[in-house]
Ligand binder design. Structure first.
Ligand code: PAF
Length: 293
């Protein structure tokens, strides 16, 4: 496995692979790799000839300095994991390579209007500008490729898809399903910050998703209320509990039908966690009944 630390070496590595006729697969990460990342790498390995993982904790997407400070950075473990997974190259760029002006602001920012504005965007000002700016750079340096993102960060995936379409980047964005512990908790690098009691409370997220999959006809607002009740009963400080259109991320109203997405976010012991799930809804005279998932 190669470890690349400069933009030049990384760009050349990907260009050389394509010159040999290889399809390049990119798995962008902030490290602290877990089974969710491993599933992205496995999918990339099945679909591509050369798999490149980037590990860069991007300060521009953290609106809370404490969250950035506490973000886990187990680099040696991450490199060992990539080796075990059969990754071809890991890119670990320095801050100078990615954001030379940091901590001063970088002159160029990518903003994706619409899909980035509500939900995480509303609660974390600047977060998606930071995500879109770094992902644009990762995709531009990597060049034509397939890029793999987890559905756990569902809004991030929608923002990246919109940006790639708007900028006509030569990249196929692939969304991969959420990986869960046996307990139901969605895997996240932030889970290491949960003690046993907080972990127990965090199970409220998967319980809330199960609660709206019970086949009972409800209005979209009733669904939101059920989700919020389950989360609050579990002791989660709810940021939002939404039922949205999966492409525009606009809140569902009574009368909407088809595939929808439940998006949940909240704090457990000060740790911000997300979860989401697909929902098929049928409009029934103002109520929205669940048809399956
Ligand atoms: O999902 C993540 O780990 C990050 O937001 C990403 C896509 C690597 C950008 O920093």
């Amino acid at each position: 496995m190669e470890q690349l630390t400069t933009v030049d070496a990384w760009r050349r590595y990907c260009a050389d692979a394509r010159a040999r006729g290889a399809v390049v697969g990119l798995v962008p990460t902030m490290g602290a790799l877990h089974a969710g990342h491993a599933s992205l790498v496995d999918t990339a390995k099945r679909e591509c000839d050369v798999v490149v993982v980037t590990i860069f904790v991007n300060p521009r997407q953290f609106n809370d300095p404490d969250d950035l400070r506490k973000y886990p950075r187990p680099l040696e473990d991450d490199l060992a994991r990539c080796r075990e997974l059969g990754v071809d190259a890991v890119v670990t760029p320095s801050m100078e390579e990615m954001w030379p002006a940091y901590p001063a602001a970088t002159a160029t920012t990518v903003t994706v209007a619409g899909v980035s504005e509500g939900l995480e965007g509303a609660g974390r000002p600047g977060h998606f500008d930071g995500v879109a700016s770094v992902v644009a750079k990762l995709l531009i340096v990597t060049g034509p490729s397939r890029a793999y993102f987890g559905e756990k960060d569902f809004q991030q995936l929608a923002v990246v898809r919109q940006m790639v379409a708007d900028l006509a980047l030569d990249v196929t964005v692939v969304g991969c399903p959420i990986v869960r512990e046996a307990s139901g908790l969605a895997l996240s690098s932030r889970n290491v910050r949960l003690d046993a009691a907080a972990h127990e409370r965090a199970l409220g997220f998967s319980r809330a998703l199960a609660a709206v999959h019970d086949g009972v006809a409800r209005t979209a607002d009733d669904m939101r209320a059920v989700l919020r009740d389950v989360l609050e009963d579990a002791g989660i400080d709810v940021a939002y509990a939404e039922v949205v259109d999966p492409t525009t991320l606009r809140p569902l109203g009574a009368g909407d039908e088809g595939v929808a997405r439940v998006l949940l976010a909240g704090f457990v012991d000060g740790v911000r966690l997300l979860d989401n799930g697909e929902l098929r809804v049928i409009a029934t005279k103002g109520a929205t009944s669940v048809a399956g998932h």
